[in-house]
Design a protein around this ligand. Structure first.
Ligand SMILES: [Zn+2]
Length: 275
């Protein structure tokens, strides 16, 4: 019988993240033998991710988690500085992703130099791996080519059901931002621990109690089998996902149009945040 495999990725892992929330969720995951993929920002310059005092033991703790085989590590961008770059992403507006990017649209040389700089930071901390995740899920073909040149082999992203290859990089699909049942394939649940309260952690705990079939990124990052059936299933899923997102965005716009406007001066959600 077909059954989905689930893996968890935790984004925006920095020395200034919310440590209490990070440990709270990590302990829930480890208790259920989940090996999450941690997205480490090599040189964070995004003030939105500075939510607590810097932890001097950050890199030591990350090394220990990794060396004990409790987590996989991915490089999450370089400095996590997002700028508006409409229409340039591989995964963009049609999938409901805000068009903010650290890389998409820049030249190959510029992307290569910044990816390399990030990789050097992680190398100096003995935490470099062949895995990558782009801030705001935003990258273009030059990003993939530059990743390949830097020696990366896999990226966590892609609206599909099964891992697939593009420009020589394996893409481990990432479709969920909270635990949800999937019919089959490999489902990555992307979580931001800085923003998770007891309700969100409770939902993860409840999901894990259902004993889902678990996997980890390292397992899915191997060169994927490219059968006709898999390619067709991925293509159908991509179309269905984009249609569902469009319908949801249209419904949200209609709902918003029928609601009174916010009084001036009320803050909107930061455009800089990484979803
Ligand atoms: Zn991020």
């Amino acid at each position: 019988m077909l059954k989905a495999q689930y893996l968890f990725r935790l984004d925006d892992i920095t020395p200034t993240m919310h440590w209490g929330r990070f440990w709270g969720l990590l302990s829930v995951l480890l208790k259920s033998r989940v090996r999450p993929l941690l997205g480490l920002v090599p040189d964070n310059q995004d003030p939105a991710l500075d939510v607590a005092d810097e932890r001097p033991d950050f890199w030591t703790v990350m090394r220990q988690l990794h060396s004990e085989g409790l987590v996989d590590i991915a490089q999450h961008g370089y400095q996590h500085t997002l700028r508006s770059r409409p229409g340039l992403q591989v995964i963009g507006r049609r999938f409901g992703i805000k068009e903010m990017s650290e890389f998409a649209g820049d030249s190959y040389a510029s992307q290569l130099s910044r990816l390399d700089a990030g990789q050097r930071v992680l190398e100096s901390e003995q935490l470099a791996t062949p895995f990558f995740m782009a801030p705001n899920h935003s990258f273009d073909l030059n990003t993939l080519r530059a990743l390949k040149t830097c020696g990366f082999s896999a990226l966590s992203d892609g609206i599909a059901l099964f891992p697939f290859e593009r420009a020589g990089i394996t893409l481990g699909p990432q479709q969920l931002w909270r635990p949800l049942w999937m019919p089959c394939g490999v489902a990555t649940i992307c979580l931001h621990t800085n923003e998770m309260g007891p309700h969100e952690v409770g939902a993860v705990r409840a999901f894990l109690r259902t004993r889902p079939k678990l996997t980890c990124f390292a397992e899915q990052a191997r060169r994927p089998a490219s059968t006709i059936l898999r390619r067709a299933t991925n293509a159908s899923f991509t179309v269905a996902y984009a249609s569902a997102r469009s319908a949801k965005l249209a419904a949200n716009s209609l709902r918003a149009a029928g609601q009174p406007r916010l009084p001036r001066g009320l803050p909107e959600r930061s455009q800089q945040s990484c979803i």
